[in-house]
Design a protein around this ligand. Sequence first.
Ligand SMILES: [Zn+2]
Length: 342
Amino acid sequence: MLQQLLQQANFLELTLANPAFMAEERAAIADHTGVELWDTGVLVFTPLQTVPTEDIVLSSGIHGNETAPIELCNQLIHDILQQKIVLQQRLMFIFGNPPAMIEGTRFVTENLNRLFNGEYANPSVATNEERQRAAKLESYVQRFFQSGGRSRFHYDLHTAIRRSHHQRFAICPFRPEKPHLKQQLAFLNAAGVDAFLMHHEATTTFSYASSVKYQAEAFTVELGKVMPFGQNDLSQLAATREMLIRVISESEFPALTYQPENLVLYRVCRSLNKHFADFTFAFSNDLPNFTQFAKGEVLAYENNQPITAEYAGEAIVFPNAQVPIGQRAALCVIADDAITLA
Ligand SMILES: [Zn+2]
């Protein structure tokens, strides 16, 4: 399998042809970079002639229909295999959910990005392909990070279902003990991300698990809108590509100046959770992410009661009334330039 990858340099094609399993194999690119295949969609590169200072995870396809970041990562893998990019840092690529990628759907049975940080083993829910995949992916990330002594980074790359007032934005995991770093926000801002959501609670997302379990600088990064494979305009991700290449091929993390005037910080004020089957939003289905509401304006109805905006300028992100009862139907956020950064 790995020989085929080295010859054809198309990890996406190989992953889609082997969505259930790939045996572990290792090889090298010339004499400078080790290549290890760990499983379907899981590939690790290690520089052999330099001493890396960073362990970097780039995951995509955690939602199978979010194809632009998958194609972007496949291009990076291609360019590494063809020696157009020479790595200075350890790097793991993950294509998260190959069966859903083949079906062109967000997931097959269950939203993979709600199953991390141990939720995959929740004894009250029957197991399924996504739960098994989440368990494996967490074990691969643990194995990747455990050798230790290096700084850890995890950028989990997505695209959003709907339009957005911020074309690209990132979710910063809840970490009350430690402010998020200007260094990281400046890097993502240079990569085209112009809004940052500070999450307000522990979650079961992939990036949260890497943050809380391995103290990685970890982010869920939304890079535009969902499109089928082959229909993405990757030129819109040129800045993202350029910054990812810098971070993996430079010997130190790119030193960029934090420019607050170029970005908006939001804090999550609450999750709107669905408690009843009749949960509906009061706005049209194509409302862009980060649309603001006036204080008191009705956001949703549930159990025949209105749910209203608690603050002026409260904005809605990721509305989805179709989630199962008990899950998050939307996040309510508010711009806040007083958020502490380090
Ligand atoms: Zn996603």
